[in-house]
Design a protein around this ligand. Structure first.
Ligand SMILES: Cc1cc2nc3c(=O)[nH]c(=O)nc-3n(C[C@H](O)[C@H](O)[C@H](O)COP(=O)(O)OP(=O)(O)OC[C@H]3O[C@@H](n4cnc5c(N)ncnc54)[C@H](O)[C@@H]3O)c2cc1C
Length: 314
């Protein structure tokens, strides 16, 4: 796609749950929608990594649903409800979106570097040098600091609102052990560990590995934000063993992943920020909290605002 005479409809930056929810709602309402994500697969922080040793959910380990609306949305996608009442995908958390993704126009590996208003509408500049324009409406659903960078040159008032949001980093560790650990499949945090999940303990996994994802607390990440990944992975394993009093067996696979913007510890307090005509809207989980359900609520609210063109002034 490039510059064309007629409007290309609605562009959504980000194919996490916020962007996918908005896209789903808008497409079902008959709108033309194009989703762009810089990543290789959709899902955002609801992430699953495929490794030579199998899959690891290195992002959200489960999705809690407080509202009936979110439960219904996840049920329609085919999410599996576990005994704890949370929602899961199989073979990985990202599988929750498989059905939805197949129905949407999603461009992966498409990093938006700038938004412009000089294209007879809104235009998107991409890392590969393309300008795609004009869009009638643009929804930005990146984590708050990244969204702010994108919108600041074209909507200073929106950027100023987002400035108030603070997001915390965390480190996650993907590890396979050679022997089973004497530990609950979903282990609540201890010490520097925020939580730890055995992949095989999730519903419908049929996974013979002793594979775990260990999420560390934000304070641990702040101390080692730019440290070497291999060194961080080793120190996470050590902290994990110490926290649960385990003598750890041999490690078959080990990798650390840094989430630069994992959760908002200071959310915005409303589901999105838009310009005067709701042509440029910015939202994400960070508007209302730090869970996927908040992203769902934000995506839904932005889609409804576009459909009704309610004016929310900043
Ligand atoms: C380790 C961890 C554990 C978690 N645990 C839970 C949990 O137990 N329960 C729960 O409900 N939630 C949990 N969460 C939070 C949950 O994952 C998020 O709330 C939710 O995934 C946020 O969705 P989103 O669409 O708002 O943002 P994201 O998922 O971050 O999606 C934003 C997308 O925008 C894309 N993007 C950013 N910038 C650009 C650009 N310039 N151009 C193109 N694309 C761009 C990104 O690639 C990304 O795919 C956890 C998160 C993490 C990291």
């Amino acid at each position: 796609m490039n510059r064309v005479e007629h409007s290309l409809g609605i562009a959504i930056i980000g194919a996490g749950i916020t962007g996918l929810t908005a896209a789903d709602h808008l497409v079902k309402s008959g709108r033309e929608v194009h989703v762009f994500d810089k990543g290789r697969g959709a899902g955002g922080r609801i992430a699953t990594r495929r490794t030579p040793n199998g899959v690891f959910d290195h992002g959200a380990p489960e999705l809690q649903a407080e509202s009936q609306e979110f439960r219904d949305f996840l049920a329609a996608l085919g999410a599996i409800v576990g005994e704890c009442g949370s929602n899961f995908g199989a073979p990985g958390m990202r599988s929750i979106f498989d059905q939805l993704i197949s129905k949407l126009d999603i461009h992966q590996g498409a990093e938006v570097t700038a938004i412009d208003r000089d294209s007879g509408g809104l235009g998107l500049h991409f890392a590969d040098g393309r300008l795609v324009a004009p869009f009638d409406t643009v929804l930005v659903t990146a984590p708050a600091p990244q969204a702010r960078t994108l919108v600041a040159p074209v909507a200073r008032e929106i950027a100023a609102e987002i400035e108030k949001v603070r997001m915390q980093p965390i480190w996650s560790c993907l590890v396979e052990f050679s022997e089973p650990l004497a530990l609950e499949g979903k282990s609540e945090g201890r010490g520097a560990v925020l939580r730890a999940d055995r992949m095989a303990s999730k519903p419908l996994r049929n996974d013979p590995r002793e594979a775990w994802v260990i999420h560390m607390r934000p304070e641990f990440a702040c101390d080692q934000l730019f440290a070497d990944r291999a060194i961080v992975a080793r120190s996470i394993i050590e902290a994990f063993g110490d926290a649960y009093g385990l003598t750890l067996p041999q490690v078959r696979y080990l990798e650390a992943h840094r989430w630069r913007y994992a959760f908002a510890d200071q959310p915005l307090g409303r589901p999105f920020v838009g310009d005067a005509g709701n042509r440029l809207l910015v939202g994400g989980d960070w508007t209302l909290g730090g869970r996927a359900e908040h992203g769902f609520q934000s995506g839904r609210a932005m889609a409804n605002a576009v459909l009704s063109r309610e004016v929310v002034k900043v």
